[in-house]
Design a binder for this molecule. Structure first.
Ligand code: CMP
Length: 144
């Protein structure tokens, strides 16, 4: 997926994000209007393992590195998301997420996220499917 290169492009890009593909254009526009755009420099820690966090992050541009105990777990690019685990179980962050390059994200608070998609079964199903995949990957890595 191509990078979004300006704040005005966030809404257009959201429409092509697989997680939100079942939403109508007005719903996507509302999310783009509600969410805050945040920029990070390469090396910045975006979310920190063990911290309490309530934000849901969608990568608009750049590469976000998921790390645990200094080990790279995954690299997330435009259209991919992170921060869903703490949002779902209201527990501390399960990993660090660090900017591997200049990164721009769209950030939704838990409240904004649930208001936008809490009643959208297809979005929740996609979110859960990816979350379970991540937990399985992490578990497999732990038992290696
Ligand atoms: P959360 O626990 O809120 O904060 C750290 C985030 O890293 C986590 O949510 C997921 O979004 C992300 N994460 C954890 N494990 C993986 C994985 N195996 N693949 C991709 N992302 C992951």
């Amino acid at each position: 997926m191509a990078d979004a290169s300006g704040p005005g492009q966030a809404a257009a890009m959201l429409g092509s994000v697989p997680l939100f593909s079942s939403l109508s254009k007005p719903q996507v526009r509302r999310i783009a209007e509600t969410a805050k755009e945040r920029s990070y420099k390469a090396g910045d820690v975006i979310v920190r393992h063990g911290e309490k966090g309530i934000g849901f992050y969608l990568v608009l541009a750049g590469e976000a590195k998921v790390e645990r105990a200094g080990q790279l777990v995954a690299t997330l690019g435009p259209g991919q998301f992170f921060g869903e685990m703490a949002l779902l179980d209201e527990q501390p962050r399960s990993a660090d997420v660090r900017a591997g390059s200049a990164v721009r994200c769209l950030v939704l608070s838990a409240w904004e996220f649930w208001a936008a998609v809490g009643d959208e079964p297809e979005v929740l199903r996609t979110l859960l499917k990816e979350t379970v995949r991540r937990i399985r990957t992490d578990k497999a890595a732990l038992s290696e």
